[in-house]
Design a protein around this ligand. Structure first.
Ligand SMILES: *Cc1c(COP(=O)(O)O)cnc(C)c1O
Length: 402
């Protein structure tokens, strides 16, 4: 291995986020390649039998099997940790692998957890369907109402779990307020930061113990791979996350890790430009549709809190058209530029109808309880020219009489 300055804490300590995004975690092979190498290997060989034994004992450094360690994946883990300001990071096969591993490694039968009611659909499947089967009790709270977190605490509460902004109603939760309550009770706070990333919001600086990611979203940001990550203290990763993750096996492919490494190089640029574009499009839509749920707009009920804890409001918002599914599907079908797609964080603008796609698996009653009405459309604004996006929406809205 050649220069490993990107992996030397004495050096990276002085680097700013923009530098970390490009160079953090980089470890070059003997070829001295400028871009990170992709190590597509499942295993590693040893010079002699004693070296193999020493590596398994942990007496000498080095890798043993790619479910446990891989040089490309390790570069990604180090880069994400540095960008997050976390001591350590473990990369996972997808965002849901990150959420499942983080939660299941910390919770056992008989434990209780409190979670925000408005969450990504698969997170709600964990809380509503999987955890009860495993004897883990869950209380869902209205996450924005910080007092509800305190009120839900029981002697066996182990974990607080929430996302902000929350999908798809764009509700904002008070990260510091909720994490302070967790800390006071010895409860672990876990924040799903997929909508914002460290470029726009830094939950650890507000007291979060664990930050989880779908790296599929803004981190890759170009709609190519599934990936996830868990950031936390060295102790939490080594003692709790790692044994669970390496044995359960939701490991990230080295190729996908490499794609996300490339994505991180432009994360800050994309997150800011997409936020600016989203603001322009949201401002156009305000007044044209029944309501626009974007934390960047002053009309959003949690605008002030959002701007206290976020650098910018991100690329994602939802709109309510008035009417129902007919209008919502009509708008989607009238688009010429923006794709009908349920991904988010992508550099392409995408729109989806949550009640018939991402949140189709929830009962109508449960959907309405978290504000997912038939006339709701979720919007991801990409890197195209905002004027072209506005023109596309303008003609599609005209097409349905709005
Ligand atoms: C997409 C998403 C997930 C799941 O991530 P995958 O990479 O699709 O597994 C979890 N939480 C949030 C907030 C998401 O947007």
């Amino acid at each position: 291995m050649k220069r490993k300055s990107g992996q030397d804490p004495a050096i990276t300590r002085n680097w700013k986020p923009a530098t970390l995004a490009i160079r953090g975690g980089t470890a070059r092979s003997d070829f001295g390649e400028t871009s990170e190498a992709i190590f597509m290997t499942s295993g590693y060989s040893y010079e002699n039998a004693e070296e193999a034994a020493a590596r398994f004992r942990g007496d000498t450094p080095g890798m043993t099997y790619s479910r446990l360690q891989n040089p490309t994946v390790e570069m990604l883990e180090k880069r994400i940790a540095l960008m997050e300001g976390a001591e350590s990071c473990r990369a996972t096969a997808s965002g849901m692998a990150a959420m499942s591993v983080a939660l299941l490694s910390m919770l056992s039968a008989g434990d209780h957890m409190v979670a925000g009611k408005i969450m990504f659909g698969s997170n709600r499947w964990l809380t509503d369907t999987l955890f009860p089967r495993y004897g883990i009790e869950v209380t869902l709270v209205d996450s924005h109402e910080t007092a509800q977190w305190e009120a839900a605490v029981r002697p066996n509460t182990k974990v607080f779990f929430f996302e902000t902004p929350a999908n798809p109603s764009m509700q904002i939760s008070d990260i510091k307020g909720i994490c302070d309550i967790a800390r006071a009770h010895g409860i672990i706070s876990i924040v799903d930061n997929a909508f914002a990333t460290s470029a726009l919001q830094r939950p650890m600086e507000m007291g979060a113990d664990v930050v989880c990611y779908s790296a599929t979203k803004l981190m890759d940001g170009q709609g190519r791979v599934l990936a996830g990550a868990i950031c936390s203290s060295e102790q939490m990763i080594t003692e709790t996350i790692l044994p669970f993750h390496r044995n359960v096996g939701a490991t990230l492919s080295p190729f996908n890790a490499w794609v996300v490494l490339k994505g991180l190089e432009t994360l800050d640029l994309r997150a800011h430009r997409q936020s600016e574009n989203a603001m322009k499009v949201a401002q156009f839509l305000e007044g044209r549709v029944k309501s626009v749920l974007y934390p960047g707009l002053e009309s959003h009920p949690h605008h002030k809190l959002a701007m206290q804890q976020m650098v910018a409001a991100g690329p994602i918002f939802s709109i309510l058209l008035g009417g129902g599914r007919k209008e919502a599907h009509g708008l989607l079908d009238g688009l010429n530029l923006i794709d009908i797609s349920n991904n988010i964080g992508d550099s392409r603008s995408l729109m989806t109808h949550p009640s018939s796609t991402t949140h189709f698996g929830m009962s109508e009653e449960a959907r309405l309880a978290v504000g997912i009405t038939e006339d709701m459309i979720r919007v991801n604004i990409g890197l195209e020219d905002a004027d072209d996006l506005i023109a596309d929406l303008d003609q599609a809205l005209t097409g349905i009489g709005l």
